[in-house]
Design a protein around this ligand. Sequence first.
Ligand code: HEC
Ligand code: HEC
Ligand code: HEC
Ligand code: HEC
Ligand code: HEC
Ligand code: HEC
Ligand code: HEC
Length: 560
Amino acid sequence: MGEGKGWNCSVLVLLVFSALSVSLAAQSTNPASRPLASPVRVADAVCAKCHQEIFQKYLSTPMANASGLAVDKAIPGKFQHANSGVDYGVTSKDGEVWLHYVRREEPRLEGKQQLLYFLGSGHLGVTYLYELGGYLLESPVAYYANSQSYDMKPGLTNVRSMPPALPVTRGCMRCHMSAVQREVTGSRSRFSGLPFLHGGITCESCHGETAQHVTSGGKTAVLNPLKLAPQQRDSICINCHLEGETRVERSGRSVDDFKPGDNISDFISYFVYDREGHSSRGVSEIEQFSQSRCKRMSGERMSCMNCHDPHYSPKPAEQPAYYRQKCLSCHAQPKYASAHHSENPDCTSCHMPKGKAQNVPHVAWTDHRIRREPDRPELLDRTPAPSGLVSFLSGEASPRDLALAYYNVVIDGNTLERDRAWRMLEAAQKANPQDAPVLSALGYMSQLSGNTAKAVEFYRESLKLDPNDLIAENNLAILLARSGNLPEARDIWRKVFAVNEDVDGPGINLSLVECRLGNKDGAMDVLRRVLVYSPDRQIARERLAAIESGQEKCAAPAAK
Ligand code: HEC
Ligand code: HEC
Ligand code: HEC
Ligand code: HEC
Ligand code: HEC
Ligand code: HEC
Ligand code: HEC
């Protein structure tokens, strides 16, 4: 989801020491009783008094169960990860769910974490979250509905050790949880209290503030999405159901401030490639739907709600009749109800077939393009190759947003757009020299092309405006460390690490400069903290052992 861009390729090259191993005892037990976020059935129970039927129906939808308490969806199981030799187990006992991990061979490893929350209603799978030192982290193993068993999280199958800590950010939670809180300043995943107040998508996620409605016994109006102007109505679903090829927050705006009733395009611009014929990418039912003839010919009067009741998810056996009746509400000519393929009452089986990628999250399975003959791809694939990014459902894109969109696709790997991104970013910076994301992007582009001095300059300017841009901070520190300015690099990494102990890169870099500057105890302390969160981080373990054994001296540099 675009998290952590620019990290991997830019972490300071680490020195390699000879392999030494230490075994680490189990650490981290969580206090058994602590306040937890409440699930929808508790958070919204107050609505049940007057909206009993809607409340009851809603409780069994995937959205109401998009996340919640781990005890409510504990799936005990175990699994051995061959590549890393780590045995994982999930157990449930006395109202507590635990993740255990152990490797009996050297380097030995053993520990456990109390799982507090689940994420994923489970038709694809379930993943779990735990908390450590105020940081919200995701379990490296997930349950897969397909195989009905545990395995590594997607993308982690080939790791050769237990993966470093996996921070859960607000970016992730805003679509899967409700009443998400601000993290501690400068941190990505540390919260001073609950990270979110409710598991699952609560009524307020779509209906906005309800306090007055409730206290007035239903007399004060509450927002009904269908009574909003089309753009605001659609914004509510778009907020969580659209990603586009890439997206850019409007200058000075944060998508986290969006509330039902707002226009999502005031907060964020979505971009897709022009002439893109058949997207099935990330959360893109909306992209597909907007290409459908049904939508294009119906215009604003048609929305997701023509087919979906947000409070109700029909069971598989009900679906053919359920959706057929929705189709017939518009396709009212008698032939559709009688003659047209009367042998098969399931309109969607022909016009909205399901794709194959059914075990990948964030990919549309049901083809929302609603085509005449979806099984004839030749009718579709004649669209010429895309030539550029265009704004999608967000009005006209500002040149600044478009510049950052090209920057995003470059760091996602499309190096062909480097020149265009650079030119547009430069123009955007000319137009507004005080735009932190633009300056930070120019810094990274300069770094990519080897212009270190320029990169340092851009990062410094950017950090003056936004002192907590983690990527600018870390990259600046790397450039400073490489150029020999260790004290300033250390100061930056100390600040970063103080509130991001779960992100292993800055910690390992910090330990390296502490050691080079002669602060042996400081270097060891940092490495021990890295290992609390990422207990199998080999480089941290080896460096700690090397310092402890005296092989690495951490001698202060000789005075000039
Ligand atoms: C004490 C009873 C009561 C409670 C509690 C209550 N409502 Fe209502 N609600 C009503 C009444 C009565 C109406 C109908 C008002 C009308 O039609 O003018 C209503 C209407 C609504 C509507 C439709 C508004 C419209 O303009 O179409 C929504 C949405 C709604 N309530 C949501 C909620 C939510 C969400 C909660 C819980 C946070 C809740 N209500 C709690 C009594 C209640
Ligand atoms: C823009 C909103 C959005 C963001 C951000 C987002 N998700 Fe999702 N996620 C969804 C939607 C909507 C679905 C269900 C529909 C789909 O798969 O297209 C989903 C589905 C999932 C599922 C599958 C659930 C199941 O049981 O089928 C998992 C697991 C998941 N997301 C994890 C994550 C993680 C981890 C992150 C953060 C890295 C994340 N999501 C960020 C919107 C989002
Ligand atoms: C995913 C978005 C979403 C969520 C979550 C949601 N609603 Fe709604 N709600 C809508 C939309 C859209 C409408 C208007 C369309 C409709 O009536 O189906 C609506 C309409 C309503 C109405 C008025 C229409 C009617 O049938 O009476 C009430 C009452 C209501 N919702 C209550 C609730 C309550 C209570 C909850 C939580 C238990 C809830 N909603 C959760 C989107 C949502
Ligand atoms: C706060 C974020 C959020 C909002 C707002 C939201 N959704 Fe969802 N929706 C999700 C997530 C997350 C899932 C996947 C849950 C899972 O399976 O774990 C989902 C799943 C769904 C599904 C598939 C499951 C089902 O019920 O069959 C539909 C359909 C859906 N949403 C429609 C809508 C519509 C229509 C709206 C606008 C009225 C809307 N959503 C608003 C987050 C959201
Ligand atoms: C809100 C009204 C509405 C709903 C609901 C609706 N459609 Fe349509 N649909 C239209 C309109 C309008 C057209 C364009 C009619 C025309 O081309 O004459 C259309 C066109 C189509 C086409 C022709 C597509 C093409 O490329 O030529 C198909 C197939 C179709 N609809 C199937 C469905 C199915 C199946 C459903 C139910 C899952 C459905 N529609 C629901 C309004 C709707
Ligand atoms: C013409 C009818 C129709 C419209 C309009 C429609 N959908 Fe769907 N949608 C379906 C059908 C049919 C399914 C498959 C239901 C199932 O298998 O559970 C589906 C499934 C989904 C799913 C589950 C994941 C998937 O791809 O199977 C999500 C999420 C979803 N729709 C979101 C939306 C959103 C958001 C909108 C509005 C932009 C929307 N849909 C508009 C018919 C429609
Ligand atoms: C067995 C597969 C199948 C089923 C089931 C089916 N259709 Fe079709 N439909 C087709 C095919 C193939 C075409 C294109 C050739 C034609 O017009 O017959 C089509 C064409 C259409 C068109 C476009 C007609 C035009 O003149 O462009 C609409 C609208 C439509 N279907 C709606 C529906 C609706 C509504 C249902 C359910 C009541 C439905 N279809 C059920 C296969 C199906």
